[in-house]
Design a binder for this molecule. Structure first.
Ligand SMILES: NC(=O)c1ccc[n+]([C@@H]2O[C@H](COP(=O)([O-])OP(=O)(O)OC[C@H]3O[C@@H](n4cnc5c(N)ncnc54)[C@H](O)[C@@H]3O)[C@@H](O)[C@H]2O)c1
Length: 296
Protein backbone atom coordinates (compact mmCIF):
# COMPACT_ATOMS: atom_id res chain seq x y z
CA UNK A 1 0.00 0.00 0.00
CA UNK A 2 1.43 3.38 -0.91
CA UNK A 3 1.43 6.29 1.49
CA UNK A 4 -1.27 8.15 -0.48
CA UNK A 5 -3.71 5.21 -0.18
CA UNK A 6 -3.83 5.74 3.55
CA UNK A 7 -6.76 8.12 3.53
CA UNK A 8 -10.35 8.65 4.59
CA UNK A 9 -12.10 5.36 5.32
CA UNK A 10 -8.90 3.31 5.58
CA UNK A 11 -8.03 1.56 8.79
CA UNK A 12 -4.54 0.12 9.20
CA UNK A 13 -3.53 -3.29 7.83
CA UNK A 14 -2.89 -5.21 11.08
CA UNK A 15 0.71 -6.29 11.60
CA UNK A 16 2.73 -7.92 14.31
CA UNK A 17 5.93 -6.40 15.69
CA UNK A 18 7.95 -6.99 18.84
CA UNK A 19 8.49 -4.18 21.35
CA UNK A 20 9.63 -1.43 20.97
CA UNK A 21 8.62 -1.58 17.29
CA UNK A 22 10.38 -0.35 14.19
CA UNK A 23 9.23 2.35 11.81
CA UNK A 24 11.28 1.01 8.90
CA UNK A 25 9.31 -2.26 9.13
CA UNK A 26 5.89 -0.55 8.90
CA UNK A 27 3.66 -0.60 5.88
CA UNK A 28 2.21 1.75 4.83
CA UNK A 29 5.01 4.03 6.09
CA UNK A 30 3.90 6.67 8.61
CA UNK A 31 4.01 10.25 7.33
CA UNK A 32 6.62 12.44 8.98
CA UNK A 33 7.15 15.31 6.52
CA UNK A 34 3.87 15.40 4.59
CA UNK A 35 0.51 16.65 5.85
CA UNK A 36 -2.93 16.21 4.24
CA UNK A 37 -3.82 18.50 1.35
CA UNK A 38 -7.28 19.73 0.36
CA UNK A 39 -7.84 16.87 -2.11
CA UNK A 40 -7.25 13.83 0.13
CA UNK A 41 -3.55 13.50 -0.75
CA UNK A 42 -0.46 14.76 1.04
CA UNK A 43 1.78 17.79 0.54
CA UNK A 44 5.15 18.69 2.00
CA UNK A 45 4.81 20.65 5.26
CA UNK A 46 5.33 24.36 4.60
CA UNK A 47 7.76 25.86 7.11
CA UNK A 48 7.97 29.55 8.02
CA UNK A 49 11.10 29.91 10.20
CA UNK A 50 9.05 29.63 13.40
CA UNK A 51 11.82 27.91 15.40
CA UNK A 52 14.94 29.44 13.87
CA UNK A 53 18.00 28.67 16.01
CA UNK A 54 16.06 26.84 18.75
CA UNK A 55 17.41 23.66 20.39
CA UNK A 56 15.04 20.83 21.28
CA UNK A 57 15.46 17.73 23.45
CA UNK A 58 12.96 15.12 22.20
CA UNK A 59 12.53 11.78 23.99
CA UNK A 60 11.48 8.83 21.83
CA UNK A 61 12.51 10.88 18.80
CA UNK A 62 13.59 7.91 16.71
CA UNK A 63 10.14 7.11 15.33
CA UNK A 64 6.46 7.97 15.20
CA UNK A 65 5.39 11.30 16.66
CA UNK A 66 8.88 12.08 18.02
CA UNK A 67 10.47 11.63 14.60
CA UNK A 68 7.87 13.85 12.94
CA UNK A 69 8.52 16.54 15.58
CA UNK A 70 12.28 16.40 14.94
CA UNK A 71 11.70 16.72 11.17
CA UNK A 72 9.16 19.56 11.32
CA UNK A 73 11.38 21.31 13.87
CA UNK A 74 14.33 20.98 11.46
CA UNK A 75 12.20 22.43 8.67
CA UNK A 76 11.35 25.33 11.01
CA UNK A 77 15.04 25.89 11.86
CA UNK A 78 15.64 23.95 15.10
CA UNK A 79 18.35 21.44 16.01
CA UNK A 80 17.42 18.42 18.09
CA UNK A 81 18.83 15.92 20.56
CA UNK A 82 16.82 12.73 20.49
CA UNK A 83 16.77 9.72 22.79
CA UNK A 84 15.95 6.18 21.75
CA UNK A 85 16.19 2.62 23.04
CA UNK A 86 19.15 0.44 21.89
CA UNK A 87 16.92 -1.64 19.55
CA UNK A 88 15.85 1.56 17.76
CA UNK A 89 19.29 2.59 16.49
CA UNK A 90 18.31 2.26 12.83
CA UNK A 91 15.14 4.33 13.24
CA UNK A 92 17.16 6.96 15.13
CA UNK A 93 19.77 7.12 12.39
CA UNK A 94 17.00 7.51 9.79
CA UNK A 95 15.56 10.43 11.78
CA UNK A 96 19.01 12.04 11.92
CA UNK A 97 19.27 11.78 8.10
CA UNK A 98 15.88 13.50 7.68
CA UNK A 99 16.88 16.33 10.03
CA UNK A 100 20.21 16.80 8.26
CA UNK A 101 18.39 16.90 4.92
CA UNK A 102 16.80 20.13 6.17
CA UNK A 103 20.20 21.54 7.19
CA UNK A 104 19.90 21.12 10.97
CA UNK A 105 21.81 19.03 13.53
CA UNK A 106 20.44 15.93 15.21
CA UNK A 107 22.27 14.34 18.14
CA UNK A 108 21.40 10.78 19.18
CA UNK A 109 21.60 9.06 22.56
CA UNK A 110 20.53 5.60 23.66
CA UNK A 111 18.69 5.97 26.95
CA UNK A 112 16.42 3.86 29.13
CA UNK A 113 14.55 6.69 30.82
CA UNK A 114 13.11 4.55 33.62
CA UNK A 115 16.29 5.42 35.57
CA UNK A 116 16.68 8.90 37.03
CA UNK A 117 20.49 8.85 36.62
CA UNK A 118 19.92 8.27 32.91
CA UNK A 119 17.48 11.21 32.76
CA UNK A 120 20.16 13.39 34.38
CA UNK A 121 22.79 12.19 31.89
CA UNK A 122 20.44 12.88 28.96
CA UNK A 123 19.99 16.49 30.06
CA UNK A 124 23.75 16.92 30.64
CA UNK A 125 24.61 15.47 27.24
CA UNK A 126 21.95 17.54 25.47
CA UNK A 127 23.30 20.72 27.08
CA UNK A 128 26.83 19.78 26.11
CA UNK A 129 25.86 18.96 22.52
CA UNK A 130 23.58 21.94 21.83
CA UNK A 131 24.70 24.58 24.37
CA UNK A 132 21.16 25.00 25.67
CA UNK A 133 17.70 23.40 25.71
CA UNK A 134 14.94 25.77 24.57
CA UNK A 135 12.29 23.10 24.09
CA UNK A 136 11.87 19.92 26.14
CA UNK A 137 9.56 17.37 24.53
CA UNK A 138 8.65 14.56 26.92
CA UNK A 139 7.29 12.15 24.34
CA UNK A 140 8.43 8.57 25.07
CA UNK A 141 5.98 6.02 26.48
CA UNK A 142 5.32 2.37 27.18
CA UNK A 143 1.93 0.66 26.80
CA UNK A 144 0.71 -2.94 26.72
CA UNK A 145 -2.89 -4.09 26.48
CA UNK A 146 -4.32 -6.06 29.42
CA UNK A 147 -8.09 -6.53 29.53
CA UNK A 148 -8.63 -6.95 33.28
CA UNK A 149 -6.93 -5.42 36.33
CA UNK A 150 -6.74 -8.94 37.82
CA UNK A 151 -4.29 -9.90 35.06
CA UNK A 152 -2.25 -6.69 35.07
CA UNK A 153 1.17 -7.62 36.48
CA UNK A 154 2.40 -5.37 39.31
CA UNK A 155 5.74 -5.14 37.49
CA UNK A 156 4.02 -3.75 34.40
CA UNK A 157 2.11 -1.17 36.47
CA UNK A 158 5.39 0.06 38.01
CA UNK A 159 7.29 -0.03 34.72
CA UNK A 160 4.58 2.03 33.00
CA UNK A 161 4.71 4.68 35.73
CA UNK A 162 8.53 4.69 35.78
CA UNK A 163 8.59 5.18 32.02
CA UNK A 164 5.62 7.46 31.34
CA UNK A 165 5.49 9.88 34.26
CA UNK A 166 8.45 9.52 36.67
CA UNK A 167 10.87 10.17 33.80
CA UNK A 168 8.90 13.30 32.82
CA UNK A 169 9.39 14.62 36.38
CA UNK A 170 13.15 13.98 36.34
CA UNK A 171 13.65 15.42 32.85
CA UNK A 172 11.74 18.60 33.76
CA UNK A 173 13.53 18.91 37.12
CA UNK A 174 16.98 18.65 35.53
CA UNK A 175 16.21 20.82 32.48
CA UNK A 176 14.30 23.74 34.03
CA UNK A 177 17.31 25.28 35.84
CA UNK A 178 18.83 25.80 32.38
CA UNK A 179 15.72 27.26 30.73
CA UNK A 180 14.93 30.92 30.28
CA UNK A 181 12.02 33.17 29.28
CA UNK A 182 10.51 32.02 25.96
CA UNK A 183 11.55 28.38 26.44
CA UNK A 184 8.90 25.71 26.76
CA UNK A 185 8.08 22.17 27.79
CA UNK A 186 5.59 20.05 25.84
CA UNK A 187 4.38 16.71 27.19
CA UNK A 188 2.73 13.97 25.14
CA UNK A 189 -0.42 12.66 26.84
CA UNK A 190 -3.18 10.70 25.08
CA UNK A 191 -6.88 10.73 24.33
CA UNK A 192 -7.05 7.75 26.69
CA UNK A 193 -6.70 10.08 29.70
CA UNK A 194 -10.04 11.62 28.63
CA UNK A 195 -11.99 8.53 27.54
CA UNK A 196 -10.65 6.06 30.13
CA UNK A 197 -9.55 3.23 27.87
CA UNK A 198 -10.23 0.02 29.85
CA UNK A 199 -7.60 -2.29 28.33
CA UNK A 200 -4.78 0.23 28.97
CA UNK A 201 -5.43 0.93 32.66
CA UNK A 202 -1.82 1.65 33.67
CA UNK A 203 -1.00 3.67 30.54
CA UNK A 204 -4.23 5.66 30.77
CA UNK A 205 -3.52 6.47 34.43
CA UNK A 206 -0.06 7.82 33.57
CA UNK A 207 -1.51 9.94 30.76
CA UNK A 208 -3.98 11.50 33.21
CA UNK A 209 -1.05 12.22 35.53
CA UNK A 210 0.77 13.93 32.66
CA UNK A 211 -2.17 16.30 32.08
CA UNK A 212 -2.29 17.24 35.79
CA UNK A 213 1.52 17.51 35.98
CA UNK A 214 1.43 19.88 32.99
CA UNK A 215 -1.13 22.13 34.66
CA UNK A 216 0.68 22.32 38.01
CA UNK A 217 4.13 22.84 36.48
CA UNK A 218 2.73 25.56 34.23
CA UNK A 219 1.37 27.33 37.30
CA UNK A 220 4.88 27.17 38.84
CA UNK A 221 6.72 28.54 35.81
CA UNK A 222 4.44 30.75 33.73
CA UNK A 223 5.44 33.76 35.86
CA UNK A 224 9.03 33.17 34.72
CA UNK A 225 7.98 33.17 31.07
CA UNK A 226 8.42 29.40 30.60
CA UNK A 227 5.34 27.69 29.21
CA UNK A 228 4.31 24.08 29.85
CA UNK A 229 1.71 22.45 27.61
CA UNK A 230 0.41 19.08 26.59
CA UNK A 231 -0.68 17.29 23.40
CA UNK A 232 -3.22 14.45 23.67
CA UNK A 233 -3.29 12.53 20.37
CA UNK A 234 -5.97 10.06 19.35
CA UNK A 235 -5.09 7.05 17.16
CA UNK A 236 -1.83 7.68 15.27
CA UNK A 237 -0.07 5.30 12.90
CA UNK A 238 3.29 4.69 14.66
CA UNK A 239 5.41 1.67 15.75
CA UNK A 240 3.73 1.75 19.18
CA UNK A 241 0.58 0.32 17.57
CA UNK A 242 1.77 -2.87 15.81
CA UNK A 243 4.17 -3.61 18.69
CA UNK A 244 1.63 -3.33 21.53
CA UNK A 245 -1.90 -3.83 20.19
CA UNK A 246 -3.77 -6.97 19.17
CA UNK A 247 -4.74 -7.49 15.52
CA UNK A 248 -8.41 -6.96 16.47
CA UNK A 249 -7.57 -3.58 18.06
CA UNK A 250 -5.49 -2.59 15.04
CA UNK A 251 -8.41 -3.41 12.71
CA UNK A 252 -10.60 -0.94 14.66
CA UNK A 253 -7.78 1.61 14.93
CA UNK A 254 -9.25 4.78 13.49
CA UNK A 255 -10.66 8.11 14.62
CA UNK A 256 -14.15 9.53 13.91
CA UNK A 257 -12.63 11.18 10.81
CA UNK A 258 -12.40 7.69 9.28
CA UNK A 259 -8.69 6.98 9.59
CA UNK A 260 -5.88 7.22 12.13
CA UNK A 261 -3.82 10.44 12.22
CA UNK A 262 -0.35 10.57 10.76
CA UNK A 263 2.57 11.54 13.04
CA UNK A 264 3.07 14.72 10.98
CA UNK A 265 -0.47 15.87 11.87
CA UNK A 266 0.41 15.61 15.57
CA UNK A 267 3.83 17.24 15.13
CA UNK A 268 2.21 20.44 13.81
CA UNK A 269 0.76 20.96 17.32
CA UNK A 270 4.28 20.72 18.76
CA UNK A 271 5.49 23.36 16.29
CA UNK A 272 2.65 25.65 17.38
CA UNK A 273 3.25 25.12 21.10
CA UNK A 274 7.03 25.70 20.86
CA UNK A 275 6.71 28.80 18.68
CA UNK A 276 5.68 32.29 19.73
CA UNK A 277 2.39 31.78 17.86
CA UNK A 278 1.22 30.25 21.14
CA UNK A 279 2.89 32.79 23.45
CA UNK A 280 -0.24 33.19 25.60
CA UNK A 281 -1.00 29.48 25.92
CA UNK A 282 0.26 27.53 28.95
CA UNK A 283 -1.04 24.71 31.13
CA UNK A 284 -3.30 23.61 28.26
CA UNK A 285 -3.86 20.46 26.24
CA UNK A 286 -4.33 20.34 22.46
CA UNK A 287 -6.37 17.40 21.14
CA UNK A 288 -5.30 16.24 17.65
CA UNK A 289 -7.51 13.17 17.86
CA UNK A 290 -9.41 13.03 14.59
CA UNK A 291 -12.68 14.36 15.93
CA UNK A 292 -13.42 12.81 19.32
CA UNK A 293 -14.93 15.57 21.45
CA UNK A 294 -13.45 15.49 24.94
CA UNK A 295 -13.78 17.77 27.96
CA UNK A 296 -10.75 19.54 29.40
N1 LIG B 1 0.36 6.18 18.39
C1 LIG B 1 -0.76 6.54 19.01
O1 LIG B 1 -1.86 6.17 18.61
C2 LIG B 1 -0.68 7.45 20.21
C3 LIG B 1 -1.89 7.96 20.72
C4 LIG B 1 -1.85 8.79 21.83
C5 LIG B 1 -0.64 9.11 22.40
N2 LIG B 1 0.51 8.60 21.89
C6 LIG B 1 1.76 8.96 22.54
O2 LIG B 1 2.69 9.46 21.61
C7 LIG B 1 4.00 9.31 22.16
C8 LIG B 1 4.94 8.79 21.10
O3 LIG B 1 4.55 7.48 20.73
P1 LIG B 1 4.45 7.01 19.22
O4 LIG B 1 3.03 6.63 19.00
O5 LIG B 1 5.08 8.00 18.33
O6 LIG B 1 5.22 5.62 19.22
P2 LIG B 1 6.75 5.26 19.04
O7 LIG B 1 6.85 3.81 19.29
O8 LIG B 1 7.28 5.78 17.76
O9 LIG B 1 7.46 6.08 20.21
C9 LIG B 1 7.48 5.63 21.54
C10 LIG B 1 8.90 5.85 22.02
O10 LIG B 1 8.98 5.61 23.43
C11 LIG B 1 10.32 5.27 23.69
N3 LIG B 1 10.42 4.47 24.91
C12 LIG B 1 9.65 3.44 25.31
N4 LIG B 1 10.12 2.96 26.48
C13 LIG B 1 11.18 3.73 26.82
C14 LIG B 1 12.09 3.73 27.92
N5 LIG B 1 12.00 2.85 28.93
N6 LIG B 1 13.07 4.64 27.93
C15 LIG B 1 13.18 5.53 26.93
N7 LIG B 1 12.37 5.59 25.87
C16 LIG B 1 11.38 4.68 25.84
C17 LIG B 1 10.83 4.51 22.49
O11 LIG B 1 12.12 4.96 22.22
C18 LIG B 1 9.89 4.90 21.38
O12 LIG B 1 10.58 5.60 20.38
C19 LIG B 1 3.85 8.42 23.39
O13 LIG B 1 3.85 9.23 24.54
C20 LIG B 1 2.48 7.82 23.21
O14 LIG B 1 1.88 7.48 24.44
C21 LIG B 1 0.52 7.79 20.80
Amino acid sequence: MSETQFQQGHSVPPQDQNLPGSQSAMGPPPQSEYIPDWDGGYKLYQAAGKLEGRKALITGGDSGIGRAIAILYAMEGADSFITHLPEEKKDAEDTKKFVEKYGRKCHLMEADLTKKEVCRKVVENALQAMGTINILINNHAFQMQVEDIKDLPEDQWEHTFNTNIHAFFYLCKYTLPHMKRGDSIINTASINAYIGRPDLLDYTSTKGAIVAFTRALSNQYIGKGIRVNCVAPGPVWTPLIPSTMSKESQEKFQAPMGRPSQPSEIATCFVFLASMDSASISGQTIHPNGGTVVGG
